[in-house]
Design a protein around this ligand. Structure first.
Ligand code: HEM
Length: 454
């Protein structure tokens, strides 16, 4: 059966008259309605990787929600699902909407990159986010044990210590050059170092893990050119080789993360095969730090831009936590996530065939006016602040949500206390933004301090 889509090709999207352009934290001038007419100004064709969309997706998300809530994107073949209730329904119905495509490369890899990966023995099987089989609950339980409330509480002093150490470097940069970059010097590194301590990963430089992790995200969720694919594939192959060695090490302690996964028994009583253990580690080592680094980058960037937020985050109890929650709602680092229909199904008034690949616009759901009043405004502590879908929902809901929230709040509070006079540099509005299919965050947070008066 063919889909009877409400919209089958890229519409001329325009923001609603109450468009959110004014709220854009990057000073990006999105088109606005013609004053006094209520007429919509076209935004141009939708391109999920285009700089305009990446810098400020909200005008497009608003328009998708109101005019084409289940819209087929011609360039990627994905069905964009943008209304909160539709996204929620999909996440809560794994029988009709399977996760099998969650980690598939959105840009087909060329033969040279595939050859390079094959030579390195790179092969991932379903383990966590893309696993719909009966092995998923058990593997997931192993992971959740390492990120439960007790472990998150234990991660707080670790995060505080590493944050202080990194902020000392930021302080020194400010003292010597008058400038620093909170993404490079702080947000990018902090979660990786925390995760390595929490999971007991030793003998590896955190910079190597962030490099491998960033390369994996770009290769599978980006639009890299054939030459770039080769560079990224080389890094991903290195990552895979290191993981394979780690998993093959029979001396790994049984109570450590890798050891626990390697000793896990599948529902049929058989040991978990090394490929599945490598796949689970691959996903957790990427998800466990890149996404949190992206969240921290946006949290800091927006807190510095919003009058009074930096100061409150330093001194008011619970203020940093509330800010993090609003950022997760309005500007989540994981902007979307994929599912595929198991059978023909109706969604948001559109008939979808079996095998339709969906892109759930988690970021759009967090700004749905049917759920969140005045969604374009940052209102820390709003009544339903935790109802956003930034961590997914249901069977595959992110098991690292609590750790990510905690790390981001600690990171914001520590920076605001240590560097109370910090402000964004004038060039912050031009700083590049990471714009992958499902991941978005500032790649630079340039900061300075006002000159001291003697
Ligand atoms: C701000 C940071 C993070 C965000 C926004 C985020 C978001 C997500 C999302 C949207 C999903 C898919 C949920 C679904 O399919 O319903 C997911 C799954 C997952 N996340 Fe996170 N995540 C973050 C941090 C972390 C951390 C710190 C860990 C460390 C353990 C982690 C581990 C995982 C795992 C293992 C899954 C797959 C779970 C499963 O399939 O059962 N994530 N995450």
């Amino acid at each position: 059966m063919l889909a009877s889509a409400t919209v089958t090709s890229a519409p001329d999207l325009a923001p609603s008259p109450s468009g959110t352009a004014a709220a854009c934290p990057y000073g990006h001038a999105a088109p606005s309605p013609v004053p006094g007419t209520g007429r919509r100004v076209p935004l141009g064709p939708l391109d999920l990787f285009d700089e305009g969309f990446v810098r400020d997706p909200h005008p497009w998300l608003d328009r998708l929600r109101s005019d084409a809530p289940v819209h087929r994107d011609a360039a990627t073949g994905l069905w964009l699902v943008s209304r909160y209730e539709d996204i929620r329904r999909v996440l809560l119905d794994p029988a009709a909407f399977r996760p099998d495509n969650a980690q598939r490369a959105v840009t087909p890899l060329g033969v040279p990159a595939l050859r390079l990966l094959a030579r390195a023995g790179f092969r991932l099987g379903p383990a966590l986010a893309d696993n719909a089989s009966d092995s998923h609950p058990g593997l997931r339980r192993v992971v959740t044990r390492f990120f439960n409330a007790r472990r998150v509480a234990a991660a707080v002093p670790v995060t505080e210590r590493i944050a202080e150490e990194l902020l000392t470097t930021v302080r020194a940069e400010l003292d010597t050059t008058g400038r620093s970059d909170l993404f490079r010097a702080y947000a990018h590194t902090l979660p990786c170092r925390v995760m390595m301590e929490v999971l007991g990963i030793e003998g590896l430089d955190a910079a190597a893990l962030t490099r491998w992790s960033d390369a994996s995200l770009e290769l599978f969720w980006g639009r890299p050119s054939p030459d770039r694919q080769l560079e990224l594939a080389a890094l991903v192959a290195e990552f895979h080789e290191w993981l394979t060695e780690l998993v093959g090490d029979r001396t790994a302690p049984a109570d450590g993360f890798v050891g626990a996964l390697a000793r896990h028994r599948l529902p049929d009583g058989k040991p978990t095969d090394p490929r599945t253990v490598v796949s689970a580690c691959f996903f957790v080592f990427v998800a466990g730090q890149s996404t949190t680094g992206q969240l921290i980058s946006t949290v800091l960037r927006r807190a510095l831009a919003e009058p009074g937020t930096w100061r409150r985050s330093a001194h008011e109890e619970g203020s940093a936590e509330k800010w993090v929650e609003e950022v997760l709602r309005r500007e989540p680092p994981v902007t979307s996530w994929r599912r595929v229909t198991a059978r023909p199904v109706e969604l948001g008034g559109t008939e979808l065939p079996a095998g339709a690949e969906l892109l759930l616009m988690l970021m759009g759901g967090g700004s749905d006016p049917d759920v969140f009043d005045d969604p374009g405004r940052m209102l820390p502590g709003r009544a339903n602040s935790r109802h956003h879908l930034a961590f997914g929902l249901g069977r595959h809901r992110c098991p690292g949500a609590s750790l990510a929230r905690t790390e981001a709040a600690v990171a914001l509070r520590a920076a605001a206390r240590r560097l109370p006079a910090l402000r964004l540099s004038p060039d912050a509005a031009r700083a590049p933004t990471l714009g992958l299919l499902s991941f978005r965050a500032p790649l630079r947070v340039p900061v300075e301090e006002p000159p001291r008066t003697s």
